[in-house]
Design a protein around this ligand. Structure first.
Ligand SMILES: Nc1ncnc2c1ncn2[C@@H]1O[C@H](COP(=O)(O)OP(=O)(O)OP(=O)(O)O)[C@@H](O)[C@H]1O
Ligand SMILES: [Mg+2]
Length: 374
């Protein structure tokens, strides 16, 4: 990956190393022995469902929770014994925690006044931070009189002005409406790259994580399920949980027949398909596996096209930019398929016979475990 070419206002940032972190609350193990690295100057996202331990991890890094065991290092030193304000981190909380009666300027200047930054430097630092988030014109406005999106920008500026080595963001967009979320995530990413600050971002929104992150850490019940760049998480999920949590998946039990080099021949829906063999995949003939099939890799075509499998359209939803089919395969399996840029009038309606071509190259196999329901 190329380093961004923007000017780095904060220097290079430092990596964060979380090593075997455990955090309990009474009997609840909120964070259960996790290890990961947030690379210097990159945006790393902690992604997972509610209660999986994202906020607890972030708070441990920021110094708001003591770890029960494990280590957290920033650059080459452990920060476990440092109080939050002694750590080179800055946290933006979900609630923003602005002072509503203070002006935007005063909110952003607040943290700086408690540091050793010279008084005479403060206005310039505040103006620079407000310019980054596009709020110069509102510097004198009371924070309580801003829209949600504007408040979010102030909270972000208040963190940036401190020039932290590590920026910690906990669901910073969750109070905003859908359209503003999309706009703001683009802005956050742009500023993060410009500034080059190491950032750890918490969200339960998988699309947000995909669009923003250099690296995603998928968490479930206090543990890490998988970590990697967004495309790897989406295209090569390592567990059923990841396949189901990220995007839409069809999970289909299949039988494995033969392995030819990097390809495996499987039987699914009464048809034979050659698909890529995942690393470390056992290849005993007759073995069961779980196929992960994304809706965009299942193409509905006119009946009778060569290589196609017969199917019946159970339902079809026209969504404008896409259409979604629910298809019944010859062995009764239901598959979700999506079509980009559909022509509404050409869609196949419910109950009609059709054919399906599966993009076998994109099909991904997971080991089948006894707990997998069919
Ligand atoms: N202060 C606390 N006291 C007791 N239990 C807590 C405390 N904070 C978190 N927990 C528990 O720890 C677990 C992880 O919580 P955490 O807030 O880290 O989840 P999360 O992934 O941030 O979820 P969400 O997406 O809902 O914010 C949950 O079971 C939660 O109930
Ligand atoms: Mg949380």
């Amino acid at each position: 990956m190329n380093m961004p070419t923007h000017t780095r206002l904060h220097g290079e940032g430092k990596p964060v190393y979380v090593e075997n972190l455990i955090k309990r609350f009474g009997d609840t193990v909120a964070v259960d022995n996790i290890s990961f690295t947030a690379a210097a100057g990159r945006l790393t996202t902690l992604l997972g469902p509610s209660g999986c331990g994202k906020t607890t991890t972030l708070r441990a890094i920021g110094g708001f929770h003591d770890a029960d065991s494990g280590d957290i290092r920033i650059g080459d030193r452990s920060v476990l014994n440092l109080s939050p304000h002694r750590r080179p981190t800055c946290t933006v909380f979900q609630s923003y925690a602005l002072f509503p009666h203070l002006s935007v300027f005063e909110n952003v200047a607040f943290g700086l006044k408690a540091t050793r930054v010279r008084r005479s430097e403060i206005p310039e630092r505040v103006s620079e931070a407000l310019a980054m988030v596009g709020l110069e014109a509102l510097a004198r406005r009371q924070a309580g009189q801003l829209s949600g999106g504007q408040q979010q920008r102030v909270a972000f500026a208040r963190a940036l002005v401190m020039r932290p080595e590590v920026l910690l963001l906990d669901e910073p967009l969750s109070n905003l409406d859908a359209k503003l979320r999309v706009q703001m995530r683009g802005e956050i990413r742009k500023i993060q790259e410009e500034v080059g600050v190491t950032t750890i971002y918490v969200t339960h929104d998988q699309e947000e994580a995909m669009s923003l992150s250099d690296r995603i850490i998928v968490m479930n019940e206090g543990r890490i399920e998988q970590q990697g760049p967004p495309h790897e998480i989406y295209e090569r999920p390592k567990t059923r949980f990841v396949a189901e949590f990220i995007g839409t998946s069809n999970l289909v039990p299949v039988t494995v027949w033969e392995t030819h080099g990097n390809l495996v021949e499987i039987e699914a829906f009464g048809a034979r398909l050659e698909v890529p063999a995942p690393p470390d995949f056992g290849s005993d003939a007759g073995q069961q596996a779980l196929a992960v099939l994304r809706p965009e890799h299942i193409r509905v075509v006119a009946a009778g096209e060569p290589g196609a499998i017969e199917a019946v359209v159970e339902s079809c939803s026209y969504l404008g930019a896409a259409a979604a089919y629910l298809l019944r395969m010859p062995d009764g399996t239901l598959l979700r398929s999506s079509v980009a840029a559909p022509r509404g009038a050409a869609l196949i309606s419910e109950g009609e016979h059709s054919s399906v071509i599966i993009d076998a190259e994109r099909l991904y196999l997971l080991p089948f475990s006894s707990g997998d329901s069919l």
